[in-house]
Write a protein that binds this ligand. Structure first.
Ligand code: 9D3
Length: 268
């Protein structure tokens, strides 16, 4: 996959993309990431990328010309072919007004040959970019950021992990069961799920006692059936505590339902 990032802060991406899986994916030739400085597509002395909003109001708005001119240089297929999915390319505007980026969207993007990520800044981006340049508009969550750069880095990492060969065998096997979960229920488990749409169970490693805090005894017992049950119970407890919304969309086995009923009874 090739990814192009359009930004007024190209230096931001030196760091996030030069580590871990994204770095390795680039070195292996699975991903190619190009960062484009929007100021390189201005023509005035001050390399202006923003302007005041028509109609008045607070703050500045990202001008359309540098974004359109930068995209012109990228040799993408026509927008109608992208939107009709005749080509595996997508131009994405990162903004607070976008649809939510989820694991399901990440899986969708991972099937593409090219993605272009346009990073919004200031109070917003001239709406002609959303209407005529980008194919879709994405937000990474319901909180206020200062621009789209963090969002672009998040999307690159989430999508790169899904490229065949990008992560080790063990992890990719786990991911497959997870993707199946996502496909079964579009509103369902999104992230965080080790299995079955619940939060992951807690992990421990050596030492068996650390600063007086012991590892749960069951994990040292060697009784694998007991360990399996304990992990399931812990996953259910944690999900109920931190993400009760996930329990609505998940299919619970009889055993799970019993464990959950016992947890809820114990809370009263
Ligand atoms: C009047 C309200 N505005 C600011 C408090 C709205 C607003 C404008 C510009 C809010 C955020 C931004 C800049 N944010 C992004 O460009 C952005 C973003 C985000 O803020 N949250 C989650 N995902 C994203 S992706 C891009």
């Amino acid at each position: 996959m090739r990814a192009d990032i359009l930004t007024i802060f190209p230096g931001f991406f030196r760091g996030p993309l030069d580590h871990g899986i994204t770095r390795r994916a680039c070195e292996m030739g699975l991903a190619e990431i190009q960062v484009h400085d929007l100021r390189g597509f201005t023509h005035d002395k001050h390399r202006t990328v923003d302007d005041r909003p028509f109609g008045g109001g607070e703050g500045m708005v990202l001008k359309p010309e540098p974004l359109f001119e930068c995209l012109d240089t990228l040799q993408l297929a026509p927008r109608e072919d992208r939107v009709a999915r005749r080509v595996k390319q997508s131009v994405i505007l990162l903004s607070a007004q976008g649809q939510r980026f989820t694991q399901k969207v990440a899986a969708e993007l991972a099937t593409l040959d090219r993605v272009v990520l346009i990073c919004g800044r200031y109070e917003g981006v001239d709406e002609r970019v959303a209407d005529f340049l980008a194919d879709r508009e994405l937000s990474i969550g319901d909180y206020v950021l200062s621009g789209g750069e963090m969002g672009a880095a998040v999307i690159i990492e989430a999508v790169t992990r899904l490229l065949p060969g990008a992560v080790g065998n063990e992890a990719s096997t786990r991911q497959e069961s997870f993707t199946a979960d996502v496909e079964r229920d579009s509103e369902g488990p999104d992230s965080t799920c080790g299995s079955g749409g619940l939060l992951d169970y807690p992990h421990y490693t050596r030492p068996a006692e650390f600063r007086g805090i012991p590892v749960p005894e069951v994990l040292i017992s060697g009784n694998h059936e007991e360990i399996r049950r304990w992990r399931r119970q812990q996953a259910l407890e944690k999900t109920l505590r931190n993400r009760p919304d996930l329990l609505d969309g998940v299919a619970l086995s009889d055993e799970d339902a019993k464990i959950l009923a016992r947890i809820k009874a114990g809370q009263e």
